[in-house]
Design a binder for this molecule. Structure first.
Ligand SMILES: [Zn+2]
Length: 449
């Protein structure tokens, strides 16, 4: 099967270039000003952009967090992804006390098989550090799992990894091509905050209970601890300009990358001050308007390596149930479907070629971080034929972060990119925002290359 995309504006990190793109089977066979080869199907993309398949490296799907099942499973989460040009989704597998990590991995892979519209990648989190626990980690590394996530907080959930333990982990992983993802909030700072019962009735309490210094102190400490080891760190969901400054300063001595998320660029604590502010409870919490603006300014100027969502959606019913007692409201918001539109909006205001920025921050850099570039993340001969054909509009419909029954995270934001067609490994899966073959669930695990 071959498909020829004629006359599209191909989006690369450094330029937009008119060219033809030939797909043969699952890969890009040729890119040239004028491809002469014949093809089974020819698509005229005149006036449209051809954007490499985007990657959301931070999503939570098909999991149970605390007392709640997530609203999105692999099917619905990857569906909203492909409908918005995201062709690879990375998600988490976390060990629990009654589900050892290798069991959890086997279970997640089984559930994802033939159940995803996008390709998928896995980040793993162990919680046992005795000999048997670490032997399981070693077997999983040998199996090909290259990205591991740890938390400097969440003691009650059993995820807490203190700095000494983190350093021990870094020493074990040093020099082995592993990337360590870190959720940075200092647990001692969080534990030191005490709020009154009255305060806890209001959504803003969530932000007060997770103050900025918790993130900044944790970022500083993990960067300091990482200096001695040959391990790549990736700081997830950075929400503060001060954290970005620490990361910028550390880049000379630590292999460190970071992401921020649309919620820290497009939302702030005024959302938490609304009557229905519990809808926006996520961790780290939404920050001040000042922090949000400064973060956006820095992100526009290259201080983050990529954008990801931390999509962690709960149903309206679950989110609303405990709204009068904020500690019981599940932490997390939806975002996958909004990501491309919001990143486009961010750059379109300030940069002449927002699509090149998307090619960099939503495709190439995420693929590099996962170790799967240039197979993923770029339009190039031999790469997987993951891409979308999209158009920039003057205005559009509302963004939709999730297709599940969840509160919309970005009410009022509109989409100004229209995804006409989306291809995953050479197969057109979406046309005009509609899934073409709902019964075809071709997404498969991507492994480092
Ligand atoms: Zn997360």
């Amino acid at each position: 099967m071959s498909t020829l995309i004629r006359n599209g504006l191909l989006c690369f990190e450094d330029r937009v270039e008119p060219a033809d793109l030939l797909v043969r089977d699952e890969a890009i066979a040729e890119i040239a000003p004028h491809v002469t080869a014949d093809a089974d199907e020819i698509i005229d993309a005149a006036g449209a952009f051809v954007l490499p398949g985007m990657i959301d490296i931070h999503t939570h799907l098909a999991d149970r967090i605390g007392n709640y099942d997530l609203a999105d499973d692999y099917l619905s989460g990857t569906r909203v992804a492909v409908q918005n040009g995201i062709t690879t989704v990375a998600t988490f597998i976390t060990e629990t006390t009654d589900h050892p990590l290798e069991d959890a991995v086997a279970c997640a892979l089984r559930r994802a098989e033939n159940n995803c519209y996008a390709d998928h990648w896995w980040h793993l989190t162990p919680i046992r550090y005795d000999d048997a626990g670490w032997e399981a980690v070693e077997r999983l590394i040998a199996h090909g799992f290259r990205t591991w996530k740890f938390y400097t907080t969440y003691r009650q959930a059993g995820l807490y990894c203190d700095y000494d333990r983190l350093e021990w982990i870094l020493s074990k992983l040093s020099g082995r091509g592993i990337r360590v993802l870190l959720h940075c909030e200092d647990d001692d700072v969080l534990a030191s905050v005490h709020l009154t019962d009255d305060t806890w009735q209001k959504p803003l309490a969530h932000a007060l209970s997770r103050p900025p210094q918790a993130e900044v102190i944790a970022v500083r400490e993990v960067l300091r601890r990482a200096e001695r080891y040959d391990v790549a760190l990736h700081i997830v969901h950075v929400s503060l300009p001060d954290s970005l400054e620490l990361i910028a300063d550390a880049r000379a001595s630590v292999q460190v990358t970071c992401e921020t998320c649309p919620q820290y660029l497009f939302l702030d604590q005024t959302s938490l001050q609304r009557e229905d502010g519990h809808r926006w409870i996520c961790s780290p919490p939404l920050r001040s308007l000042y922090a949000r603006r400064a973060l956006a300014e820095m992100a526009l100027n290259g201080a983050v390596d990529l954008f990801a969502t931390d999509h962690c959606a709960f149903t309206r019913a679950d989110k609303d149930r405990c709204r009068g007692h904020i500690p019981d409201v599940p932490n997390g918001i939806a975002g996958i479907g909004a990501l491309p539109h919001l990143v486009y909006a961010l750059f379109a205001q300030h940069r002449p070629e927002p699509l090149t920025e998307m090619a960099r921050y939503l495709a190439a850099n995420p693929a590099r971080l996962l170790g799967t570039y240039p197979r993923k993340g770029v339009l190039a001969q031999g790469s997987d034929a993951d891409f979308s054909i999209c158009r920039a509009m003057t205005d559009g419909g509302p963004v939709r972060s999730s297709l599940a029954d969840v509160h919309e995270t970005y009410p009022g934001e509109t989409s100004r990119l229209w995804f006409e067609r989306v291809f995953v490994r050479g197969r057109e899966v979406v046309r005009q925002n509609t899934l073409l073959h709902p019964e075809e669930r071709r997404g498969k695990s991507v492994w480092p290359t």
